[in-house]
Every structure is written in C-alpha cells, then in structure tokens.
Design a protein around this ligand. Structure first.
Ligand code: SAM
Length: 264
C-alpha cells in the first residue's frame, strides 16, 4: 500500500496470513528514530500474537470492570483496538474507554478513517474479518462498536506518548506494545515505567506486554504487582503479565481465556 510506504513502512504478511508493518530503514522524514527495520509483530502471526498476549486481560477486564479504561501503547495497525472492540461486543461491555497512542500521524489518520468512514480499508478489513471469525461476532457489530467509541470519545487516538502526562490511577488495563528497547528506548526507561505504574488503578489493574524486559519486571514487582512471566508467542522469548494484588493472578486470567475453544 502506497500510503504506508510513504509513512516509512512496508506492509507484509505474517505466517497466519495476517498483515503487519515493517519499518523501512531509511525514509526522508519520520518521527520514529532509529529506523531499525523492525517489524510490528512476530513473523508467526500478527493476529494470533495479539490475541495471545492481550486477549486474556482485555476479556477479563471487560467482564469484571463495568467501565475499564485501557491504555494501548502503539496503535500501529490497530490490532489491540479492534480486539478490544470485538471482546466488548462479546462481553456486552458498552462503557469501556481506550486511550491509544501512536507517534506516526498517518497511522492515526488511516485508523480513524477506517473506523468512521471506510470499513473496507485494507488491511483493517482483514483484521475485522479475522476477529469476527475467531470470536463469532458479526463484522458490522465490531465496526459499529469502533465507530461509536470514536464518535463518543471513548476511543481516543493520541500522538507521542513521551510528551503526554499520564494521570495517576487512571487505567485498569495496559497493553505495552511499543517497539523493542533498541527502537523505543524512551518507552522502556525506568522513568517512563515508573510513570506507567503510577497511572495504574491500585485496586484493579493488569499490564500485559509481548516483552519481558528487566526494567518492566522490576517496576511491577516494586509496585507489589503479581507477576507472571509466560512463554512467549510462537517460541519467542518470554512475555509478561502482571496484576495488582486483590484481583485474580495473571495465570488464572490466562487460563480462563485459554479454556475457551478458540482458533487463532
Ligand atoms: C510494535 S508497534 C505496535 C503494533 C500495534 N499494537 C498493532 O496492533 O499493530 C509499536 C508502535 O508504537 C509507535 N510508537 C513508537 N514510539 C511512540 C511514541 N513515543 N508514542 C506513541 N507511539 C509510538 C510506533 O509508531 C508503532 O506503530
């Protein structure tokens, strides 16, 4: 797709046939530096990886909190946002809110356009279809959920997260899906992670990430979270999930999600 190329990304298919974006190594001007050539997802499957890492906590939070506020770090192609809308329809939660951060303006615009005006935009429509099939929800219902969330400001698309002051105790669910530490050192620094932890609702919060970096594990442990280091997606190195004391342990939340028969 030419639009993504102009933004400095190549659209690629992963092994489960879902699409991802790979950063081009050189581009005229971009807010994203360094240009590491990193892909946004595991080559084993962008769709499957997103469901594996973020599905359990999103579904659990939507069931057990009447109005969960979610933080998504890195909109990219919007897998986390579309997964959340799908699970919101499944769980009948109509009061969720989601702050999604994306430094590349073009990615925010494409996703916004898809949600409001163009359900068939490529590759977003493909992601919608996959969610619809895996979770047995109509495509139109998921799209309508995204559209109404944008229209009512429950789903907000923001820019550079490093320039944003996160509010204390604001979020119940956090999806830390930034690029790796090499590409995104700012979003894995001790200082950033400290702010992230302070933005968690102390009584009800779950954080998940595809990564299992020392600074993340140290920060959640220091804050007294229950930490679970899970096997990574598709044989990748470990990934992380942590929950505040007083709510279910991460491994139990994952079991509840895994226990349901789903194919992704
Ligand atoms: C691994 S990708 C996220 C993939 C995404 N969750 C999806 O579903 O496709 C990381 C994203 O974080 C964005 N990003 C990097 N630095 C950022 C920053 N400071 N603020 C907001 N977004 C940032 C990148 O542009 C990229 O789209």
């Amino acid at each position: 797709m030419q639009g993504f190329q102009k933004m400095g990304f190549d659209l690629e298919q992963t092994a489960d046939l879902s699409w991802t974006l790979r950063m081009q190594k050189s581009v005229d001007s971009s807010p994203l530096e360094p240009r590491s050539g990193e892909s946004m997802h595991h080559s084993g499957g962008a769709f499957s990886e997103t469901c594996y890492i973020y599905g359990p906590q999103l579904e659990w939070g939507l069931i057990h909190h009447p109005s969960p506020k979610i933080l998504s770090i890195g909109l990219g192609l919007g897998y986390v946002e579309i997964l959340n809308a799908t699970l919101a329809v499944v769980t009948k939660n109509t009061q969720w809110k989601l702050d999604s951060f994306e430094i590349v303006e073009g990615l925010r615009q494409e996703f916004f356009e898809f949600c409001l005006n163009n359900k068939n935009a490529h590759p977003y429509h493909d992601i919608l279809n996959r969610m619809s099939q895996s979770f047995s929800v109509g495509v139109d219902l998921i799209h309508q959920e995204l559209k109404s969330a944008i229209e009512t400001n429950r789903l907000q698309l923001h820019g550079d997260l490093t320039k944003y002051a996160l509010q204390k105790s604001d979020y119940q669910l956090i999806c830390q899906d930034a690029f790796s530490k090499k590409t995104n050192p700012d979003l894995w620094s001790d200082e950033f992670l400290l702010n992230l932890i302070q933005a968690c609702d102390e009584k009800f919060c779950s954080i998940a990430s595809y990564a299992s970096l020392g600074p993340l594990k140290r920060s959640v442990k220091a804050a007294g979270f229950q930490l679970y280091v899970r096997p990574g997606f598709h044989g990748k190195r470990n990934c992380t999930m942590a929950t505040t004391l007083g709510i279910l342990k991460p491994e139990e939340i994952i079991q509840q999600f895994d226990a349901k028969l789903r194919t992704f």
